[in-house]
Ligand binder design. Sequence first.
Ligand code: UDX
Length: 430
Amino acid sequence: MNISIIGSGYVGTTVAACLADLGHDVTNVDIDADIVETINAGDSPIDEPQLDGLIDEHSGERLRATTDYDAILDTELTFLTLTTPSNPDGSLDTSIIDAATEQLGETLAAKDGHHSVVVKSTVVPGTTREQLIPILERTSGGVVGDELHVATNPEFLREGSAVSDFLDPDRVVVGTSDDRIRDQLREVYSPLDGVPGEKLFETDVSTAAMIKYTNNSFLASKVSLINDIGNVCKEFGIDTYEVADALKLDDRISERFLRSGLGWGGSCFPKDVAAITHAATERGYQPAMLEAAVEVNDRQPRRLLSLMDRHVRVEGKPVAVLGLSFKPDTDDTRGSRAIPVIDGLQERGANVVAYDPAATENMREHFPDIEYADSAQSAVEGAVAALVVTDWAEIERLDDELDRMATPVVIDGRNAIDRRDGIVYEGLTW
Ligand code: UDX
């Protein structure tokens, strides 16, 4: 099919490259000319495994990028993959997707015949029907259900495994009441195993949006629960990972998302849990479990710093922060637990020496005035404490280098480093 995708971030770029790989003709529209140029040169604008290869293979053939919305007129279906960040009060900031929908509508005003619009961005239930469709009809002059067709199709890909998550999904969720676009999306995804079939879940627009929020809320709550239990275990001197190993044997619990420690960050969990909590509260229900999941998640960086305080005073002293990305194998620092950890160290007057294999430049925007080491070894050299924030493989391998510390105090937030003689070791929940 002839498909356009508006927005070329983690999701948009991955979806564009993967749909081209499935055999579709894809036009990726973005306002950033540098991103457009990068894709047309066959490179990936984001650091994501396999994505470079797919873009190199399909760029100039089935995949092209442009800043010109008119290119959409040559396509039959448009995905909206714009970011929907949080407002300070936790509510959804839809200004970016509103603007893109407005420009899409204005573009479609020049098109005769049918066009389909698929909202892939994460928006709270009601947004598509009450906000995006009215914008689309007002600016295009078309009528949804007549020549305009709308569906939601939330994405479940994870950073660091985005391509494999898209090409081998647990499920594809489609929300619409419109047969035409439902059939089109079946065609879009038909090259995937199990679609149409057991992996295709079709429902209405709002339910599809709620499935996305519930999925992320469930995963975030599962991590916060094992962290809450982890904090209890720590008070008893019990290793939460030993407990979790037994929990994994219960197939109702499963082993996934049971890694206790500093908790969750990223561009999705924090904003999605906040957005659905805010939207529910506005409608008169306060989701106590979701509020507790956030509360426990916020405690973890403070508890890591309190463990450090038990062993060493850091005022005026160098402290190594090992890991800055919100999880290993990505350069993304959005929502990273390193941010509250570094805030806490600065409140204590410590001299922060940070290291991360990939995320330094992104974190430098957030903390321009801290020191950034070019290796974990040099970060710990002379430090009075080392805090493990992200469990990168190379940080897990640290061992003898720790003897270079002024005082070998290691406070581990990710169960990355083995406790041993010669170092003062504290595990956040083990
Ligand atoms: C998540 C969802 O998994 C994905 O389906 C959705 O589309 C986007 O949000 P992502 O944010 O990329 O993906 O990362 P994920 O691997 O889910 O980890 C989220 C956070 O939870 C990370 O900060 C990670 O460190 C933390 N986490 C995860 C834990 O602390 N413990 C775990 O056991 C698992």
